[in-house]
Design a protein around this ligand. Structure first.
Ligand code: T4K
Length: 360
């Protein structure tokens, strides 16, 4: 029996009894937030699971971006990708930083390192690439450029949970990586996010920034409140226990679509040096008209794919109109993310595939 509507994603809900047990613990301890025991436990377990040194949990991925900009003392111009969720760019503008867009590679949909250098000026302080849909960026080429021009790197790794690049967590690349643990993500804490920071001093400073500037009870600088609470951490602990089965089920769903659609559409070219987490299932149409026809046909059957990421961020009305990225605009106009989540059935997928093939 198909379960409609079928949305682009459906948040995973882990074992309810286990979550209740954690809630009981929170009631017993009467400790709800402010670096509570469950937040500490989740940080330790995530550091081990991901094989990263320093991880700080925060209230959401967007706050993780803001904290990263302050932590690295970014100024003026930040080179970034126009093909992402709006938060990558809006967070910069909110903080008074100028996004300078560098176009994407038409195959990987990630920022193209070969185009970045021409965008660097005396005002540039950092590069902010995104591992779009969990596809690892060309991290070595980006690292080389950053070193040459003394720029910081922040990876928006919102989609990149559990990705390894050359046998190392992708989160270990750059000065800071941020990740989103929003309900729609493959690993989530309802709302939530994290910063992964290689440098120990910066890690200590980040703890102050997320907690009003406090250090051992003293105010040592300006901070904000970006803390994760215990109910969020409880969800994360339950999710982490089931992460292997979540990833396995996603892989099966992804491969089933791919088997039937790979000769019919264009796909993102995946980084051969990295693993993949099957977070999204983007397909690229020949033109926007075909994409719109597909959306209409799917919607008629209560199937709701999403135009991630449309529009291309260089077209936003708060961006300098002189910035235009032709490749990103083109991909953004033709790309569609199909529903993908662990309990999507083969029957439901077959229905979606039949509709898509039918309109071609
Ligand atoms: N950087 C990047 C590259 C990102 O992709 C994101 C977030 C961020 C930074 C910022 O991280 P956060 O501050 O969000 O932690 C969703 C997510 O809200 C957002 O987290 C995510 N990226 C983005 C790609 O997708 P929307 O506007 O598509 O969400 P919404 O409410 O339309 O939900 C999508 C689908 O999920 C709907 O079809 C319905 C379904 N849904 C959603 C929720 C929340 C449910 O069935 N149940 C639910 O509880 O942004």
């Amino acid at each position: 029996m198909n379960k409609y509507p079928i949305n682009v994603t459906k948040p995973y809900l882990p074992d309810k009894k286990k979550y209740h047990d954690y809630i009981d613990k929170i009631y017993e301890a009467n400790w709800l937030t402010n670096n509570g025991p469950l937040v500490k436990e989740l940080e330790a377990k995530l550091a081990q699971h991901l094989n990263v040194k320093n991880i700080i949990l925060v209230s959401n991925g967007t706050m993780a971006l803001h904290i990263a900009y302050k932590l690295l003392d970014l100024k003026n111009e930040i080179i970034t990708t126009p093909f992402s969720f709006v938060a990558t760019t809006s967070s910069l503008v909110w903080d008074g930083l100028k996004p300078v867009f560098s176009d994407i590679n038409p195959k990987t949909f990630n920022i193209d390192p070969r185009l970045i250098e021409s965008k660097i000026t005396s005002q540039t302080s950092a590069i902010l690439p995104v591992h779009v849909f969990g596809n690892a960026c060309e991290v070595e080429a980006i690292q080389e450029l950053a070193q040459k021009h003394k720029l910081k790197i922040i990876y928006d790794a919102a989609h990149a949970f559990d990705i390894q690049y050359k046998d190392k967590s992708i989160f270990n690349y750059g000065d800071v990586s941020i990740v989103s643990f929003h309900a729609t993500k493959l690993f989530h804490t309802i709302e939530g996010g994290a910063l992964i920071i290689n440098n120990d001093d910066l890690y200590e400073k980040a703890k102050q920034l997320i907690n009003f500037g406090f250090q051992k009870g003293n105010i040592v600088g300006i901070g904000t409140n970006s803390k994760m609470n215990e109910f969020q951490a409880a969800m994360g602990l339950c999710m982490l226990d089931e992460i292997n089965s979540i990833l396995e089920k996603r892989k099966n769903v992804w491969e089933y679509y791919f088997k039937y659609l790979n000769t019919k559409f264009r796909f993102q070219e995946l980084n051969p040096n990295a693993t993949y987490n099957y977070h999204y299932f983007p397909i690229v149409f020949d033109d926007e008209q075909s994409l719109l026809r597909a959306i209409e046909a799917l919607n008629k059957h209560s199937v709701y794919p999403r135009r991630y990421f449309h529009p291309s961020l260089d077209t936003l009305d708060y961006i300098d109109p002189k910035q235009t990225c032709a490749v990103s605009r083109d991909i953004a106009s033709r790309i569609l993310c199909l529903p993908i989540y662990p309990d999507l059935t083969e029957d439901e997928q077959k229905h979606i595939i039949d509709i898509l093939v039918g309109i071609l």
